[in-house]
Design a protein around this ligand. Structure first.
Ligand code: F6P
Length: 556
């Protein structure tokens, strides 16, 4: 991987700096003066229609952003990623999540190995297993078919699958459902298993490393719950605990040796590779819960959606390249207009976990303070991603977006067709819902002037509070419906947005060293929490005081 370009030394960065000083956005004026604005700033990417016209940009800004992409060698870096070069420099790994969705007849040889053949071999095994569970051929240790799939994982081994399961619930097979356990808070495993029947439960232990404390602890706890449940009801009579584990536990991991040591039959362990980052893995065997509950055909459509967006990103000039442009817009807001956060507002209840999913994707990827060569950066990186589905957000935090003092670029996502077509009398609920979607971006962009407020005859003292400044930026993303393919497209869109930003910032978007220190300290500290005075006394005064409070109040 070549040396990162310092973006602040490019001529595009200098142009953007100059434009941004004294920049006075005027969406009302810009729309009035330019009838082509929306058509010039609306793009199609696979099935997505993306309207960027309500962003705080002029043609000049867009041209400089595109120039920035060239000056930081975005194309060269993108080609390197797709070709399997080791662009994850700090871990010396290729970054090949895009290979997970290449069609079967494609080929990509990396280090002498055709990774596409490997990917499809695993996919076929996952699909074959999924078909057995779905048909009832795969039964638990007492001969009953599976009704609930419990995925135990955390981070990328949880957020992607649970988000996609929630998003695609209408595709779930009747009589089959999934649950997701992630937190080491015992509440999570306790609540998610309390009404389950061990005889009809299949557990997937999903962990790339098979060492993650939360996942292995939860896996052991759920294994014990399942075995003691079977024993207490007498269902295990004549069978061994080992047989039960082999019928009720499968795994997804890159560490197949560790899987076997847990008691899982290696035949039922689905692998992936170190070139798939956890947060980029929902389209690998990490999606096994989806393949089982939603079905292999749905999973194939999901992968095809990712691939369609990959192709758009790989082949479209920057001027019309949706992920690249959205990533560049985020750079504009972060580095030139002072935005710190970015809202993602899906007008789809089924996407209620999408913002949480994006938090790991974007923040674990781009929350970095050194370049991939270890130089401290002199500019901001990363954005705080957050959001909730509309219209719930409207009644909670939109006030701050509309009238607060902060600049919050927002992505609005909606679908032409509802997943649940319901009527309220004669009124189509989806129309009411989308009326809100269209109204919000309009209100944010164009606001309400003092004259418009006064024209309503509002009391003098209240006038300032009722003014909406406008010029609050948003991007609207629409698609015909939330299908498996469209969901894949949306995820790949944000993967490539994240990539674009990472390249501009010259950082390694594929490592996550920042989560390691806390993990190590948790292991070191836990004996003190269990009462070890010697370990307690070695801690700093605040940590000692907090643990002492815990020890005084914990009832055992
Ligand atoms: O600690 C962060 C992290 O490494 C994530 O990047 C990853 O998705 C998660 O932990 C889970 O890791 P694993 O799949 O190895 O259990």
């Amino acid at each position: 991987m070549t040396t990162p370009v310092n973006p602040t030394e490019t001529s595009a960065w200098k142009e953007l700096s100059a434009i941004s000083s004294g920049f006075a956005p005027d969406l009302r004026g810009w729309f009035a003066q330019d009838e082509q604005r929306t058509s010039d700033l609306t793009f199609d990417a696979a099935d997505l229609r993306v309207d960027m016209s309500k962003n705080l940009v002029t043609k000049e800004v867009m041209a400089s952003l595109v120039k920035l992409a060239d000056e930081v060698n975005l194309r060269e870096r993108m080609d390197a990623m797709f070709a399997g070069e080791r662009i994850n420099v700090t871990e010396n790994r290729s970054v090949l999540h895009t290979a997970l969705r290449l069609p079967k007849d494609a080929s990509l040889v990396v280090d002498g190995q055709d990774v596409v053949a490997d990917v499809h071999e695993v996919l076929e095994n996952v699909y074959a297993f999924a078909r057995k569970v779905r048909s009832g051929e795969w039964v638990g240790v007492t001969g009953k078919p599976i009704e609930t799939v419990v995925n135990i994982g955390i981070g990328g081994s949880d957020l992607g699958p649970v988000m996609a399961y929630e998003a695609l619930k209408p595709y779930a097979k009747e009589g089959l459902s999934a649950r997701y356990i992630s937190n080491i808070d015992p509440t999570d495993a306790g609540e998610k298993t309390k009404d389950l029947d061990p005889e009809t439960t299949l557990v997937i232990v999903a962990s790339k490393t098979f060492t993650t404390l939360e996942t292995l602890t939860n896996a052991r706890v759920v294994r014990e719950w399942l075995l003691s449940g079977l024993e207490e009801s007498g269902a295990l009579e004549g069978k061994t605990r080992e047989e039960a584990v082999r019928k009720h536990f499968i795994a997804v991991s890159t560490a197949l040796d560790k899987v076997e040591a847990f008691g899982i039959d290696p035949k039922n362990a689905f692998g992936f590779w170190d070139w798939v980052g956890g947060r980029y893995s929902v389209d690998s065997a990490v999606g096994t819960s989806l393949a089982i509950v939603l079905g292999p055909e749905v999973f194939e459509d999901f992968l095809a959606g990712f691939h369609a967006m990959d192709e758009h990103f790989r082949t479209t000039p920057w001027e019309e390249n949706v992920p690249a442009l959205m990533g560049l817009l985020n750079v504009w807001y972060t580095n030139f207009l002072g935005a710190h956060t970015h809202a993602v507002l899906p007008y789809s209840q089924f996407l209620h976990r999408f913002p949480a999913y994006l938090q790991q994707l974007t923040m674990e990827s781009n929350g970095k303070r050194v370049t991939w060569e270890g130089e401290a950066v002199s500019y901001q990186t990363g954005e705080v991603f957050w959001g909730e589905p509309g219209t719930n957000g409207q009644h909670a935090f939109y006030q701050l977006i509309h009238q607060g003092t902060r600049l919050i670029p927002a992505d609005f996502i909606a679908f032409a067709n509802p997943a649940w077509p319901l009527k309220d009398g004669e009124a189509d609920m989806h129309e009411l819902f989308l009326g809100n979607f269209f109204a919000q971006t309009k209100a944010l962009a164009f606001g309400k002037t003092e004259a418009e407020v006064r024209a309503e005859g509002t009391a003098e003292a209240v006038v300032p509070a009722r003014i909406f400044e406008g010029n609050k930026p948003s991007t609207s993303i629409m698609a015909p419906a939330l299908t498996p393919s469209v969901l894949g497209q949306l995820i790949a869109l944000y993967e490539h947005i994240t990539f674009t930003q990472g390249i501009v910032w010259g950082i390694d978007s594929f490592d996550q060293w920042g989560v390691e220190l806390g993990k190590v300290l948790a292991i070191e500290l836990t004996p003190a929490v269990a009462g070890d005075r010697e370990v307690l006394e070695k801690q700093d005064q605040s940590t000692q005081s907090l643990i002492s409070y815990y020890l005084e109040h914990r009832e055992k």
